[in-house]
Design a protein around this ligand. Structure first.
Ligand code: GRG
Length: 281
């Protein structure tokens, strides 16, 4: 089996576990939660968490609740981001956005519910190998990335900064927070749960940081001409199309050399990083 097939298998396991978590009580509320989470999506963050955890020696089962949690947090951010008060998008994943299908108030609450459910899912996860210390470290990593020092802060910057106010450094900081923080934390949480060494964790963090940035650069290239950001700030405005592509390739090289430095033999982590360049081609 090659990396792509193993990743497909992981995706199926994540989807099955998310489906179980969201099977609910037949209410309209759970219908909205399922709509937001299960209707499409690449599962990039859960795949990173599982690949990093396995790459650092963990089995899959103990990682699955955390993989679901990062996807639930991601789904929350998409539901809220699509609301008229933020990015005001009518469609998501090729279908009406959650607020278009269920109403604005309902989508607001569905997003809140997904965020809380993510942390409930982690709270209910068994401590597993390495005891409560690893669980606590992974929880701290994910909470920090989702919260006021991570994604929320990034989104705050995105709706408050005006294009003329941000230089390249401010733009990169925004991306690191808004998009990068949860991606990086997905990698480091997997490594922490597997009991990676300090140097392993540093390599995981550098890999995660680099692909977090690369992910947004690829997204900006794909969206060229129509800003997906409330501030109107995007990579093309700073680097141009060729410069954005060159920076994307450099970040993917940085991610791969972090793995090589630490001899992390994960074909899946390599494949996920390289896919960002392939998809931008
Ligand atoms: C906390 C409201 C709130 C927002 C946080 C993540 C985010 C900021 C906003 C979502 C909108 C957006 C365009 C963010 C940039 C990151 C990005 C490209 C998200 C889309 O992620 P994919 O491509 O989506 O992984 P799928 O559908 O594959 O899960």
């Amino acid at each position: 089996m090659d990396a792509r097939e193993r990743l497909d298998g992981m995706r199926r396991e994540v989807d099955a576990e998310l489906g179980r978590r969201l099977s609910g009580d037949g209410s309209r509320l759970f219908e909205a939660l399922r709509y937001a989470v299960l209707g499409g999506g690449k599962r990039f963050r859960p795949l990173l968490l599982l690949s990093a955890g396995e790459g650092f020696g963990s089995g899959r089962a103990p990682l699955l609740p955390y993989a679901c949690a990062v996807e639930l947090i991601h789904a929350f951010s998409l539901v809220h981001d699509d609301l008229p008060a933020l990015d005001n998008d009518d469609t998501r994943r090729g279908r009406p956005a959650c607020h278009k299908a269920f109403g604005e108030g309902q989508a607001l609450l569905a997003g809140d519910g997904l965020l809380a459910l993510a942390f409930e899912t982690i709270a209910e996860a068994p401590s597993g190998a390495g005891g409560a210390g690893r669980k606590e470290a992974a929880l701290r990593e994910i909470a920090a990335a989702a919260g006021v020092g991570g994604m929320i802060r990034g989104q705050w910057l995105d709706i408050t900064l005006r294009p003329g106010e941000a230089d390249e450094a401010a733009f990169l900081e925004l991306v690191r927070l808004k998009t990068g923080a949860l991606i990086r934390a997905s990698v480091t949480a997997g490594a922490l749960l597997a009991g990676a060494s300090a140097s392993g964790l540093a390599a995981a963090s550098e890999y995660g940081d680099a692909i977090g940035l690369a992910f947004q650069l690829r997204d900006d290239l794909a969206d060229a001409g129509r800003s997906g950001s409330p501030s109107g700030l995007d990579a093309l405005a700073f680097f141009g199309p060729d410069g954005t592509r060159a920076r994307l390739e450099a970040e993917v090289r940085r991610a791969l050399s972090a793995l090589d430095r630490e001899r992390v033999a994960s074909a899946e982590l390599r494949f996920l990083a390289e896919s960002l360049v392939r998809e931008a081609a």
